[in-house]
Write a new protein. Structure first.
Length: 248
């Protein structure tokens, strides 16, 4: 059986957000994109409606990917704090489609939101679809939609608009695993030749021991580059990819 093909995406923007567990008004960001975030990005490019839950679930269930942090701004997490004083007739619209207002004695308090972002960052993703086959999930068709998306793309939040083409590599990568596919992606010219790049891949898609492996941990949930928190249940491997070896 021939090795599978992998679609390569470069997620680059002035601000990136990869989601996480939102507690009250605080929205953190993971180090790397989760399957749910990539599912939303791909579905948006294909013009799917958010109400088409079955299609989204099939996509997420078949998604196999690895991600590599190409660079970041070097300043850590940027936190955007929003405070809006709402009048009695005002309502704040939420992502679940219901207005949020203020009632009773607490009405005078401001409408607060805090959101974390990775500033001036780029993450490279190698992805494909696993079995069983699905007519909606064709890699060539998806690549065409990433070139000409049916809706504007954003990376995690609507304020995170790409600053470069998401599909920067025109050719597919052929490799047996997500890890090997990621290693075939050359570093961008702006990346220092001696830099070590952090990467993740699913269990079984890359090495679990040896000099390349930095550590083994659960899929990040609350974890981000600032806090170092982590949690979750799906095991991944976090490793080091050296650009010279990738280019070779």
């Amino acid at each position: 059986m021939p090795d599978p093909r992998w679609l390569i995406l470069h997620l680059e923007a002035p601000l990136l957000a990869f989601g996480g567990v939102t507690i009250d008004h605080v929205g953190v960001t993971r180090d790397f994109p989760a399957a749910s975030m990539l599912t939303g990005l791909l579905a948006n490019a294909m013009g799917w409606r958010r109400t088409e839950g079955d299609k989204h679930q099939r996509l997420q269930d078949r998604l196999i990917f690895a991600a590599r942090r190409e660079w970041d701004g070097g300043t850590g997490i940027l936190t955007d704090t929003q405070n809006a004083q709402l009048a009695k007739i005002d309502r704040g619209w939420t992502s679940w489609g219901e207005p949020e207002g203020r009632n009773g004695a607490s009405y005078g308090a401001p409408h607060r939101r805090r959101r974390d972002y990775h500033p001036d960052a780029c993450v490279v993703v190698a992805l494909r679809f696993g079995l069983p086959d699905d007519p909606d999930l064709d890699l060539d068709r998806l690549a065409a939609f990433m070139d000409r998306p049916l809706r504007p793309l954003f990376i995690g939040r609507k304020s995170c608009l790409p600053s470069a083409p998401v599909r920067r590599m025109r050719d597919f990568v052929v490799a047996p695993t997500a890890y090997q596919a990621l290693r075939q992606v050359p570093p961008l010219p702006d990346v220092s030749a001696g830099a070590a790049l952090r990467a993740i891949w699913p269990t079984g898609e890359g090495p679990i021991e040896g000099a390349e492996v930095h550590r083994i941990l659960d899929l990040p949930d609350l974890r981000n580059w600032r806090t170092g928190l982590h949690g979750g249940t799906r095991q991944i491997v976090e490793g080091v990819v050296v650009p010279q070896e990738v280019a070779a």
